[in-house]
Design a binder for this molecule. Structure first.
Ligand code: COA
Ligand code: ZN
Length: 310
Protein backbone atom coordinates (compact mmCIF):
# COMPACT_ATOMS: atom_id res chain seq x y z
CA UNK A 1 0.00 0.00 0.00
CA UNK A 2 1.41 3.38 -0.90
CA UNK A 3 -0.42 6.52 0.08
CA UNK A 4 -0.18 9.44 -2.30
CA UNK A 5 1.46 12.62 -1.05
CA UNK A 6 0.59 16.26 -1.79
CA UNK A 7 -2.90 16.22 -0.47
CA UNK A 8 -5.25 19.10 -1.15
CA UNK A 9 -7.50 20.05 1.73
CA UNK A 10 -10.50 22.15 0.73
CA UNK A 11 -11.98 24.17 3.57
CA UNK A 12 -15.79 24.24 3.37
CA UNK A 13 -16.65 25.40 6.89
CA UNK A 14 -17.79 28.89 6.01
CA UNK A 15 -20.21 27.37 3.50
CA UNK A 16 -21.23 23.88 4.64
CA UNK A 17 -20.80 24.77 8.31
CA UNK A 18 -22.21 28.24 8.47
CA UNK A 19 -25.30 27.46 6.37
CA UNK A 20 -26.56 25.46 9.37
CA UNK A 21 -26.19 28.29 11.86
CA UNK A 22 -29.46 29.95 12.80
CA UNK A 23 -27.95 33.18 14.12
CA UNK A 24 -26.58 35.34 11.33
CA UNK A 25 -22.80 35.40 11.57
CA UNK A 26 -21.56 38.95 10.95
CA UNK A 27 -19.93 39.37 7.55
CA UNK A 28 -16.71 40.72 9.05
CA UNK A 29 -16.42 37.62 11.27
CA UNK A 30 -16.78 35.38 8.21
CA UNK A 31 -14.06 37.36 6.44
CA UNK A 32 -11.81 37.31 9.51
CA UNK A 33 -12.16 33.52 9.76
CA UNK A 34 -11.33 32.91 6.09
CA UNK A 35 -8.32 35.24 6.30
CA UNK A 36 -7.16 33.49 9.46
CA UNK A 37 -7.47 30.14 7.69
CA UNK A 38 -5.47 31.46 4.73
CA UNK A 39 -2.62 32.19 7.15
CA UNK A 40 -2.50 28.49 8.08
CA UNK A 41 -1.52 27.68 4.50
CA UNK A 42 -4.94 26.59 3.27
CA UNK A 43 -5.46 27.77 -0.31
CA UNK A 44 -8.67 26.08 -1.40
CA UNK A 45 -11.98 27.26 -0.05
CA UNK A 46 -15.61 26.66 -0.76
CA UNK A 47 -16.21 29.97 0.88
CA UNK A 48 -19.90 30.70 0.46
CA UNK A 49 -23.00 30.07 -1.68
CA UNK A 50 -24.76 32.30 -4.19
CA UNK A 51 -28.13 30.83 -3.31
CA UNK A 52 -31.54 32.26 -2.62
CA UNK A 53 -31.43 34.28 0.63
CA UNK A 54 -34.89 32.87 1.35
CA UNK A 55 -33.54 29.32 1.20
CA UNK A 56 -30.33 30.02 3.15
CA UNK A 57 -30.42 33.46 4.84
CA UNK A 58 -26.94 32.89 6.31
CA UNK A 59 -25.40 33.13 2.81
CA UNK A 60 -27.02 36.43 1.88
CA UNK A 61 -23.68 38.27 2.22
CA UNK A 62 -21.84 36.02 -0.27
CA UNK A 63 -20.54 38.87 -2.47
CA UNK A 64 -19.31 40.94 0.48
CA UNK A 65 -17.54 37.93 1.99
CA UNK A 66 -15.75 37.27 -1.30
CA UNK A 67 -14.67 40.91 -1.61
CA UNK A 68 -13.16 40.89 1.89
CA UNK A 69 -10.86 37.90 1.42
CA UNK A 70 -7.07 38.45 1.17
CA UNK A 71 -6.18 37.42 -2.36
CA UNK A 72 -2.88 35.69 -1.70
CA UNK A 73 -1.14 33.90 -4.61
CA UNK A 74 -2.46 30.42 -5.27
CA UNK A 75 -5.78 31.07 -3.59
CA UNK A 76 -8.84 29.37 -5.10
CA UNK A 77 -12.12 30.73 -3.80
CA UNK A 78 -15.02 28.57 -4.88
CA UNK A 79 -18.70 29.12 -4.22
CA UNK A 80 -21.79 27.02 -4.55
CA UNK A 81 -24.06 28.13 -7.37
CA UNK A 82 -27.55 26.58 -7.68
CA UNK A 83 -28.86 28.31 -10.81
CA UNK A 84 -28.04 30.93 -13.49
CA UNK A 85 -28.91 33.79 -11.14
CA UNK A 86 -26.37 32.48 -8.63
CA UNK A 87 -23.80 32.11 -11.43
CA UNK A 88 -24.26 35.73 -12.55
CA UNK A 89 -23.81 36.94 -8.98
CA UNK A 90 -20.80 34.70 -8.39
CA UNK A 91 -19.13 35.92 -11.59
CA UNK A 92 -19.72 39.55 -10.61
CA UNK A 93 -18.24 38.90 -7.18
CA UNK A 94 -15.04 37.54 -8.74
CA UNK A 95 -15.19 33.94 -7.64
CA UNK A 96 -12.46 31.57 -8.96
CA UNK A 97 -14.60 28.48 -9.35
CA UNK A 98 -18.32 27.77 -9.43
CA UNK A 99 -19.58 24.61 -7.80
CA UNK A 100 -22.74 23.21 -9.37
CA UNK A 101 -24.44 20.65 -7.18
CA UNK A 102 -27.17 18.09 -7.46
CA UNK A 103 -28.26 15.27 -5.21
CA UNK A 104 -28.01 11.65 -6.32
CA UNK A 105 -31.62 11.04 -5.27
CA UNK A 106 -34.80 12.80 -6.35
CA UNK A 107 -36.16 13.25 -2.83
CA UNK A 108 -33.01 14.93 -1.54
CA UNK A 109 -32.70 17.15 -4.59
CA UNK A 110 -36.32 18.18 -4.24
CA UNK A 111 -35.90 19.12 -0.58
CA UNK A 112 -32.59 20.87 -1.22
CA UNK A 113 -33.27 22.94 -4.34
CA UNK A 114 -36.94 22.26 -5.09
CA UNK A 115 -36.13 20.72 -8.47
CA UNK A 116 -35.93 17.30 -10.11
CA UNK A 117 -32.45 16.02 -10.89
CA UNK A 118 -33.19 16.56 -14.59
CA UNK A 119 -34.18 20.19 -13.95
CA UNK A 120 -31.03 20.82 -11.95
CA UNK A 121 -28.85 19.29 -14.67
CA UNK A 122 -30.64 21.30 -17.34
CA UNK A 123 -29.99 24.49 -15.36
CA UNK A 124 -26.26 23.73 -15.28
CA UNK A 125 -26.14 24.32 -19.04
CA UNK A 126 -26.85 28.03 -18.55
CA UNK A 127 -24.50 28.14 -15.56
CA UNK A 128 -21.79 26.62 -17.78
CA UNK A 129 -22.39 29.31 -20.41
CA UNK A 130 -22.10 32.06 -17.82
CA UNK A 131 -18.95 30.44 -16.45
CA UNK A 132 -17.41 30.11 -19.93
CA UNK A 133 -18.12 33.76 -20.74
CA UNK A 134 -16.56 34.89 -17.48
CA UNK A 135 -13.65 32.45 -17.76
CA UNK A 136 -14.60 30.72 -14.51
CA UNK A 137 -14.28 26.93 -14.36
CA UNK A 138 -17.05 24.73 -13.02
CA UNK A 139 -16.64 22.04 -10.40
CA UNK A 140 -19.35 19.43 -9.92
CA UNK A 141 -20.69 18.15 -6.62
CA UNK A 142 -23.01 15.21 -6.05
CA UNK A 143 -24.78 15.29 -2.69
CA UNK A 144 -25.87 12.11 -0.87
CA UNK A 145 -23.52 10.15 -3.15
CA UNK A 146 -23.01 7.36 -0.59
CA UNK A 147 -26.49 7.17 0.85
CA UNK A 148 -29.60 9.26 1.24
CA UNK A 149 -31.57 9.84 4.45
CA UNK A 150 -34.82 9.49 2.47
CA UNK A 151 -33.95 6.69 0.02
CA UNK A 152 -31.19 4.66 1.66
CA UNK A 153 -28.36 3.18 -0.40
CA UNK A 154 -27.39 4.98 -3.60
CA UNK A 155 -26.27 2.87 -6.54
CA UNK A 156 -22.92 3.96 -8.02
CA UNK A 157 -24.60 3.91 -11.46
CA UNK A 158 -26.92 6.71 -10.32
CA UNK A 159 -23.95 8.85 -9.34
CA UNK A 160 -22.30 7.88 -12.62
CA UNK A 161 -25.25 9.09 -14.69
CA UNK A 162 -24.99 12.51 -13.03
CA UNK A 163 -21.21 12.65 -13.48
CA UNK A 164 -21.74 11.83 -17.17
CA UNK A 165 -24.00 14.87 -17.58
CA UNK A 166 -21.53 17.07 -15.73
CA UNK A 167 -18.71 15.78 -17.90
CA UNK A 168 -20.70 16.67 -21.00
CA UNK A 169 -20.63 20.28 -19.79
CA UNK A 170 -16.85 20.21 -19.63
CA UNK A 171 -16.60 19.52 -15.92
CA UNK A 172 -13.51 17.45 -15.12
CA UNK A 173 -13.49 17.55 -11.33
CA UNK A 174 -16.32 16.27 -9.18
CA UNK A 175 -16.84 16.07 -5.43
CA UNK A 176 -18.69 13.11 -3.99
CA UNK A 177 -20.58 14.40 -0.98
CA UNK A 178 -21.43 12.12 1.91
CA UNK A 179 -23.97 14.65 3.10
CA UNK A 180 -25.30 12.72 6.08
CA UNK A 181 -22.33 10.53 6.94
CA UNK A 182 -23.62 7.28 5.42
CA UNK A 183 -20.40 6.28 3.65
CA UNK A 184 -18.35 3.32 4.85
CA UNK A 185 -15.00 2.09 3.52
CA UNK A 186 -16.69 -0.61 1.35
CA UNK A 187 -19.11 1.90 -0.21
CA UNK A 188 -16.28 4.39 -0.73
CA UNK A 189 -14.32 1.71 -2.57
CA UNK A 190 -17.33 0.53 -4.57
CA UNK A 191 -18.46 3.95 -5.76
CA UNK A 192 -15.03 5.42 -6.49
CA UNK A 193 -13.91 2.27 -8.35
CA UNK A 194 -17.05 2.29 -10.44
CA UNK A 195 -16.59 5.98 -11.32
CA UNK A 196 -12.88 5.60 -12.05
CA UNK A 197 -13.60 2.76 -14.48
CA UNK A 198 -16.37 4.70 -16.20
CA UNK A 199 -14.65 8.13 -16.18
CA UNK A 200 -10.88 7.66 -15.92
CA UNK A 201 -10.33 11.31 -16.88
CA UNK A 202 -12.40 12.79 -14.03
CA UNK A 203 -10.72 13.91 -10.81
CA UNK A 204 -12.70 12.98 -7.74
CA UNK A 205 -12.70 14.83 -4.44
CA UNK A 206 -14.23 13.34 -1.29
CA UNK A 207 -16.43 15.17 1.17
CA UNK A 208 -17.20 13.17 4.28
CA UNK A 209 -19.34 14.05 7.25
CA UNK A 210 -18.53 12.61 10.63
CA UNK A 211 -22.17 11.92 11.47
CA UNK A 212 -21.46 8.35 12.55
CA UNK A 213 -17.92 8.84 13.73
CA UNK A 214 -16.12 7.29 10.74
CA UNK A 215 -15.38 10.34 8.61
CA UNK A 216 -11.62 9.95 8.91
CA UNK A 217 -11.87 6.19 8.40
CA UNK A 218 -13.46 6.94 5.05
CA UNK A 219 -10.73 9.47 4.26
CA UNK A 220 -8.17 6.77 5.00
CA UNK A 221 -9.96 4.31 2.73
CA UNK A 222 -9.89 6.91 -0.06
CA UNK A 223 -6.21 7.69 0.56
CA UNK A 224 -5.43 4.01 0.09
CA UNK A 225 -7.22 4.16 -3.25
CA UNK A 226 -5.02 7.09 -4.29
CA UNK A 227 -7.40 10.01 -3.80
CA UNK A 228 -5.75 13.27 -2.85
CA UNK A 229 -8.43 15.89 -2.49
CA UNK A 230 -10.60 16.11 0.62
CA UNK A 231 -13.13 18.63 1.83
CA UNK A 232 -13.48 19.39 5.52
CA UNK A 233 -14.71 22.06 7.93
CA UNK A 234 -12.67 23.87 10.54
CA UNK A 235 -13.73 22.67 13.99
CA UNK A 236 -16.00 20.05 12.40
CA UNK A 237 -18.71 22.59 11.62
CA UNK A 238 -21.35 21.54 9.22
CA UNK A 239 -24.43 19.74 8.14
CA UNK A 240 -27.17 20.06 5.61
CA UNK A 241 -30.30 22.03 6.46
CA UNK A 242 -32.34 19.78 4.20
CA UNK A 243 -31.27 16.40 5.57
CA UNK A 244 -32.52 15.09 8.92
CA UNK A 245 -29.83 14.18 11.44
CA UNK A 246 -27.03 15.77 9.43
CA UNK A 247 -24.02 16.84 11.48
CA UNK A 248 -20.59 18.24 10.85
CA UNK A 249 -17.95 17.52 8.29
CA UNK A 250 -14.69 15.86 9.14
CA UNK A 251 -12.85 18.56 11.12
CA UNK A 252 -10.08 20.16 9.08
CA UNK A 253 -7.59 20.12 11.95
CA UNK A 254 -8.35 16.43 12.69
CA UNK A 255 -7.78 15.67 9.00
CA UNK A 256 -4.56 17.71 8.86
CA UNK A 257 -3.35 16.00 12.04
CA UNK A 258 -3.97 12.55 10.57
CA UNK A 259 -2.30 13.45 7.26
CA UNK A 260 0.70 14.81 9.12
CA UNK A 261 1.01 11.66 11.23
CA UNK A 262 0.82 9.59 8.02
CA UNK A 263 3.71 11.61 6.62
CA UNK A 264 1.52 13.24 3.97
CA UNK A 265 2.00 16.88 3.13
CA UNK A 266 -0.92 19.25 2.73
CA UNK A 267 0.93 22.53 3.36
CA UNK A 268 -1.10 23.50 6.43
CA UNK A 269 0.29 24.62 9.79
CA UNK A 270 -1.58 22.54 12.38
CA UNK A 271 -0.95 24.81 15.38
CA UNK A 272 -2.22 27.85 13.47
CA UNK A 273 -5.21 25.85 12.29
CA UNK A 274 -6.10 24.99 15.89
CA UNK A 275 -6.06 28.73 16.57
CA UNK A 276 -8.48 29.21 13.65
CA UNK A 277 -10.78 26.55 15.11
CA UNK A 278 -10.72 28.35 18.46
CA UNK A 279 -11.57 31.61 16.73
CA UNK A 280 -14.54 29.94 15.01
CA UNK A 281 -15.70 28.53 18.34
CA UNK A 282 -15.62 32.03 19.85
CA UNK A 283 -17.60 33.46 16.95
CA UNK A 284 -20.21 30.66 17.01
CA UNK A 285 -20.42 30.70 20.79
CA UNK A 286 -20.62 26.96 21.41
CA UNK A 287 -18.29 23.98 21.60
CA UNK A 288 -17.39 22.52 18.23
CA UNK A 289 -16.99 18.77 17.63
CA UNK A 290 -13.34 18.89 16.45
CA UNK A 291 -11.08 16.78 18.67
CA UNK A 292 -7.52 17.87 17.92
CA UNK A 293 -8.52 21.47 18.59
CA UNK A 294 -9.17 20.37 22.19
CA UNK A 295 -6.36 17.87 22.80
CA UNK A 296 -3.69 19.40 20.58
CA UNK A 297 -1.18 17.39 18.56
CA UNK A 298 -0.01 14.15 20.22
CA UNK A 299 3.32 15.54 21.36
CA UNK A 300 1.91 18.65 22.95
CA UNK A 301 3.38 18.66 26.46
CA UNK A 302 1.47 19.53 29.57
CA UNK A 303 2.88 20.31 33.01
CA UNK A 304 2.48 17.33 35.38
CA UNK A 305 -0.45 17.68 37.76
CA UNK A 306 0.28 17.57 41.45
CA UNK A 307 -2.53 15.86 43.28
CA UNK A 308 -2.80 17.03 46.81
CA UNK A 309 -3.59 13.96 48.91
CA UNK A 310 -6.49 14.44 51.10
N1 COA B 1 -29.43 34.07 -5.58
C1 COA B 1 -30.27 34.98 -5.04
N2 COA B 1 -31.60 34.89 -5.13
C2 COA B 1 -32.14 33.87 -5.81
C3 COA B 1 -31.33 32.89 -6.39
C4 COA B 1 -29.93 33.02 -6.26
N3 COA B 1 -29.08 32.11 -6.77
N4 COA B 1 -32.12 31.98 -6.99
C5 COA B 1 -33.38 32.38 -6.79
N5 COA B 1 -33.41 33.51 -6.08
C6 COA B 1 -34.58 34.25 -5.63
C7 COA B 1 -35.48 34.58 -6.77
O1 COA B 1 -35.12 35.80 -7.35
C8 COA B 1 -36.83 34.63 -6.10
O2 COA B 1 -36.95 35.85 -5.39
P1 COA B 1 -38.35 36.63 -5.31
O3 COA B 1 -39.28 35.70 -4.57
O4 COA B 1 -38.01 37.86 -4.53
O5 COA B 1 -38.75 36.86 -6.71
C9 COA B 1 -36.74 33.53 -5.06
O6 COA B 1 -35.35 33.39 -4.81
C10 COA B 1 -37.31 32.21 -5.52
O7 COA B 1 -36.79 31.89 -6.79
P2 COA B 1 -37.12 30.51 -7.55
O8 COA B 1 -36.38 30.51 -8.82
O9 COA B 1 -38.59 30.29 -7.56
O10 COA B 1 -36.39 29.48 -6.63
P3 COA B 1 -36.99 28.42 -5.61
O11 COA B 1 -37.81 29.07 -4.56
O12 COA B 1 -37.54 27.27 -6.36
O13 COA B 1 -35.61 27.96 -4.94
C11 COA B 1 -33.24 27.64 -5.22
C12 COA B 1 -34.63 27.29 -5.69
C13 COA B 1 -32.28 26.65 -5.85
C14 COA B 1 -32.89 29.03 -5.66
C15 COA B 1 -33.19 27.56 -3.69
O14 COA B 1 -33.82 26.40 -3.24
C16 COA B 1 -31.78 27.57 -3.16
O15 COA B 1 -31.07 28.57 -3.27
N6 COA B 1 -31.36 26.50 -2.52
C17 COA B 1 -30.04 26.38 -1.96
C18 COA B 1 -29.92 25.08 -1.29
C19 COA B 1 -28.57 24.93 -0.67
O16 COA B 1 -27.68 25.75 -0.77
N7 COA B 1 -28.43 23.82 0.02
C20 COA B 1 -27.24 23.52 0.70
C21 COA B 1 -26.24 22.88 -0.15
S1 COA B 1 -26.13 21.14 0.15
ZN1 ZN C 1 -21.50 18.58 3.37
Amino acid sequence: MSLSSNITVVEVGTRDGFQMEREFIPTNSKIEIINHLIKTGLRNFEATSFVSPKAIPQMRDAAEVVSGVDRVPGLCLAALVPNPKGAENAAKAGIDEMVVFVSATESHNKSNVNRTIAESLKGFESVAEIGAKAGIPLHGAVAVAFGCPFEGNVAPEKVGDIVERMHALGITAVTLGDTTGMATPPTVRQTTRYLKDRFPEIDLALHFHNTRGIGLVNVYAALELGYRRFESSVGGLGGCPFAPGATGNVATEDLVYMLKELGLDCGVDLEKLIESANLVEQVIGRTLPGQVMKAGPRLRRYPPQNHAAG
